[in-house]
Design a binder for this molecule. Structure first.
Ligand code: SF4
Ligand code: SF4
Length: 357
């Protein structure tokens, strides 16, 4: 089970696709339940991954330390904007299995989306984490939007030799700022995916497996029993706890009725497994085995309407086809022992990368 703990609704950035802090009336800026409430809620949970989330989770680093010092989890994960890593001591960082740092690609793009100086600050933080002994999976978590060139930006982050993996999400949940989504998808995104797949495959022929999470996640689904639905596990094998103690199906669905599953003070984590599932049109879709219905929030809310949902599906299907076109060669390389299953079958556990962009 993956349990997101929102340590605060506050954030010290105001990224263009997000808008910054939640109102404290919606997501309080301090945790309002007790550690003993949390311990009872999680008691006996097998295979537990705790992922700290916000707002910006490190703005309430005291809560993170308290949880890590008192509640056993099989793994700890954090998604952070990377500006406040020194708020946790090195011994805490060494306990994390995965750290996801938000960075969107080259400096101009990251700073345009997130604010001036953010790119340099995140890279300083990434290097500091390694210096203090963090040895887990360091993941660059990108948001891909209109200024992004997915080929340039993913290649840039991978070739910095700082991150183990790069993951991206398309800015298509809330954003209404796109001037020309269709044109961007046709002229930039999908050609960029094709070039990335070609490079990725060439690298694998040379015995290296570049850590491109969406590609690896689709290949893993193809080589196993298929994609979990939704791939992030929201409402099935993943839940979130708001600072006020509400249990949510998805960490960003803080106001939506469908996502409100209960309260940690009077429920148990196991009682929320398989609470919500994705249905039609996904379950009859020919891409479902690899796509898993993509994002539960987008599926439920459809903020771009049916037409917008279909547009995102169209590029998702093309993305999946491009990755699957590499599958026969990847299987050959695996059989020859040129690349290892361990590297290809990623992620090894639900580390909060949502797989399908
Ligand atoms: S491509 Fe669209 S319809 Fe098909 S499974 Fe994914 S989200 Fe659902
Ligand atoms: S992918 Fe969608 S449903 Fe899953 S955690 Fe992210 S926003 Fe929520």
């Amino acid at each position: 089970m993956l349990v997101f703990l929102l340590s605060t609704g506050e954030c010290d950035l105001r990224c263009s696709y997000c808008g910054g802090s939640f109102s404290p009336r919606v997501v309080p800026h301090r945790v309002e339940y007790s550690i003993s409430d949390l311990r009872r809620f999680l008691d006996g949970c097998n295979d537990l991954t705790i992922a700290f989330y916000g707002g910006e989770p490190l703005l309430n680093s005291r809560f993170i330390m308290e949880v890590m010092n008192t509640i056993h989890a099989d793994r700890y994960v954090i998604q952070t904007n990377g500006l406040n890593v020194r708020r946790l001591p090195p011994e805490c960082w060494r306990m994390f299995s995965a750290v996801l740092l938000s960075i969107d690609g080259v400096r101009e793009v990251t700073d345009a989306y997130r604010g001036r100086g953010v790119y340099d600050a995140v890279l300083r933080s990434a290097r500091w984490l390694r210096e203090v002994g963090f040895s887990g999976d360091l993941i660059a978590r990108m948001t891909v939007s209109e200024m992004s060139d997915v080929h340039r930006d993913v290649m840039h982050l991978l070739t910095l030799n700082v991150f183990d993996h790069v993951h991206w999400q398309l800015d298509v949940v809330w954003s209404d700022r796109w001037a020309d989504f269709d044109g961007w998808a046709m002229r930039s995104y999908l050609p960029g995916i094709r070039r990335l797949v070609a490079w990725w495959l060439r690298e694998m022929h040379a015995g290296r497996v570049p850590g491109i999470v969406p590609f690896l996640g689709v290949v893993k689904a193809a080589l196993s029993e298929g994609q979990e639905s939704p791939p992030c596990g929201a409402g099935r094998t993943s839940i979130a706890v708001s600072p006020d103690g509400r249990v949510l199906a998805c960490p960003i669905a803080v106001m939506e009725e469908w996502a409100h599953l209960g309260d940690i003070r009077n429920s148990h984590v196991q009682g929320h497994i398989d609470a919500i599932s994705i249905g039609e049109p996904c379950t009859s879709c020919d891409a479902f085995r690899f796509c898993g219905g993509r994002c539960l929030y987008a599926y439920k809310e459809r903020l771009w309407g049916e037409e917008g949902f279909a547009k995102v599906c169209a590029i998702t299907k093309t993305f999946i086809e491009e990755v699957l076109s590499a599958l026969p060669e990847i299987e050959g390389l695996l059989n020859e022992g040129r690349i290892s299953r361990e590297e290809v079958l990623y992620p090894p556990f639900n580390n909060s990368t949502e797989i399908i962009p």
